[in-house]
Design a protein around this ligand. Structure first.
Ligand code: SF4
Length: 471
């Protein structure tokens, strides 16, 4: 071989005619400084309407101008696909699309030029790096869509991502401890209202009145949370809300109980992002287990803690060991704060008094239950949770829905892969795996209807030995 090369004439490589002087450095995320705090409005949303709604209290108390972007809507998928990369997952399209839709609204309907939108607004939202899935691409994808849509250098603050690190000392906004504590209270309150809806919507004698009571309770809680003394006012407001719910007349009847799980957005969006599935199930005369963000937050700390323990075990230096020990302490503290805030506030609401199901996961137990089929240290998406939940609830629920977003890597392995094995072990489980893509609602809801039909037959059979659900 050497001889062959030696006899060939050397290849002449011509230098390129134009040399690019500067390397591509990625998108810019200019700082937002304190001196401009009053000039700039925060646009924000977090997973679904109620969480954003309660976060108003924080922004108001801390003197921010803000606009709550509220729920994601079907149209967001189209916006996300138009400006986003191909083959992203459904939540990526929904969340980035929602941002773009709202920026264009400012530009086209309110008359701001694109430059003015960039100067006068920033976005605060979720979408950090959560694991080896597309979630890790969120920050870059957000940058891409805003820049490609012409909002060059639009400023973004994404929770649990490192895109804002390091922040300048005089930054107008930061995900600091105060923000985090307020965020915990906001999502716990949102979870409580969701628990109330899951308990009252299918059972209340007057559904309209029940929903009006929940809307009124939301206002009462927001007012209490706005106060600087919210640690005193919130418990009182929750007690009042709990009493309002308990006073609503309920129908005494046995409804099929459906458990729904899946990737965070497909499971917990409670809006067009997951076809509003829980409300659909309830309006079809079934009860559904609430989908609690608190559970998801606790899982996040649990999985980070599990990772830290493993890293401590295999640390190659004292420095590395110290780093992971610190991380473990942080996860434990975060978990403690969330758990205690939830339990403390729960005592005032008293969900059991109106039929609310407010129990939280025992994550250690779930890790053990599903251990053989999905290792609890495989992270990404919901990790081991979905498999463990299917095993755990197989004998106690009338229907089990696994909701997976289109294009989701971790969920595909679980919903379409491991769950097949679980079904062979638990054939009694009335299981349905669905894929939320944002645009095939009729087909998905008809599949869910079939699962509900089977669930009703099951309950009917248990009550009077007949499986005729039409009677
Ligand atoms: S878990 Fe799935 S849907 Fe969620 S961000 Fe990752 S890839 Fe997307």
């Amino acid at each position: 071989m050497t001889a062959v090369f030696a006899t060939q004439s050397p290849v002449r490589v011509r230098p390129p005619k134009r040399l690019k002087e500067e390397q591509w450095e990625g998108y810019r995320n200019p700082p937002w400084l304190k001196k401009d705090k009053k000039k700039v409005t925060i646009l924000y949303n977090f997973v679904e309407r109620r969480k954003s709604y309660f976060m108003r209290a924080y922004f108001e108390r801390h003197g921010f101008r803000y606009r709550d972007l509220g729920d994601h809507v079907k149209e967001d998928v189209r916006w996300g696909k138009e400006y986003g990369n191909r083959m992203e997952c459904n939540p990526m399209y929904f969340t980035s699309g929602s941002l773009i839709r709202n920026l264009f609204k400012l530009h086209r309907e309110e008359g701001f030029s694109k430059k003015e939108v960039v100067e006068n607004f920033v976005f605060v939202g979720g979408g950090g790096q959560c694991g080896p899935c597309r979630y890790g691409m969120y920050p870059q994808e957000y940058f891409k869509v805003v820049n490609d849509a012409g909002f060059k250098d639009f400023r973004l603050f994404l929770f649990s991502s490192d895109m804002n690190d390091p922040l300048p000392k005089d930054s107008a906004f930061a995900f600091n401890l105060l923000f985090r504590i307020n965020f915990v209270f906001a999502f716990v309150l949102a979870d409580f209202m969701h628990i109330a809806e899951c308990a009252l919507r299918p059972y209340a004698k007057d559904k309209k009145r029940a929903l009006a009571a929940i809307a009124e309770a939301e206002e009462i809680l927001l007012k209490a949370f706005r106060s600087r003394l919210f640690l005193i006012t919130l418990p009182l407001a929750l007690r009042k809300a709990g009493r309002m719910f308990a006073a609503l007349p309920r129908r005494d009847r046995k409804l099929p109980f459906i458990y729904m799980t899946g990737e965070i957005f497909a499971n917990l969006a409670h809006n067009d992002g997951n076809y509003n599935l829980r409300r659909f199930i309830m309006d079809e005369d079934c009860e559904v287990a609430p989908g609690l963000f608190t559970n998801r937050a606790l899982y996040e700390f649990w999985r980070r803690g599990a990772e830290a323990k493993r890293r401590i075990e295999y640390a190659s230096s004292r420095r590395e060991e110290r780093f992971w020990k610190k991380s473990l302490r942080k996860q434990r503290l975060s978990s403690w704060i969330v758990l205690h805030a939830y339990r403390w506030l729960c005592r005032f609401l008293k969900p059991a008094s109106f039929g609310g199901k407010a129990g939280l996961h025992d994550l250690d137990e779930l890790a053990m239950i599903g251990y053989e089929y999905y290792h609890p240290e495989i992270f990404g998406g919901e990790g081991n949770l979905e498999v463990a939940e299917a095993l755990h609830y197989a004998d106690t629920v009338d229907g089990f829905i696994s909701s997976k977003p289109f294009g989701c890597m971790p969920s595909s392995g679980v919903s379409d892969g491991v769950q097949a094995k679980i079904m062979s072990l638990k054939p009694q489980l009335n299981f349905l795996s669905i894929e939320t893509s944002g645009d095939n609602e009729v087909s998905i809801l008809s599949r869910v209807s079939m699962l509900l039909f089977k669930a009703k037959q099951k309950v009917r059979l248990a009550i009077d030995g007949s499986s005729d659900s039409s009677s």
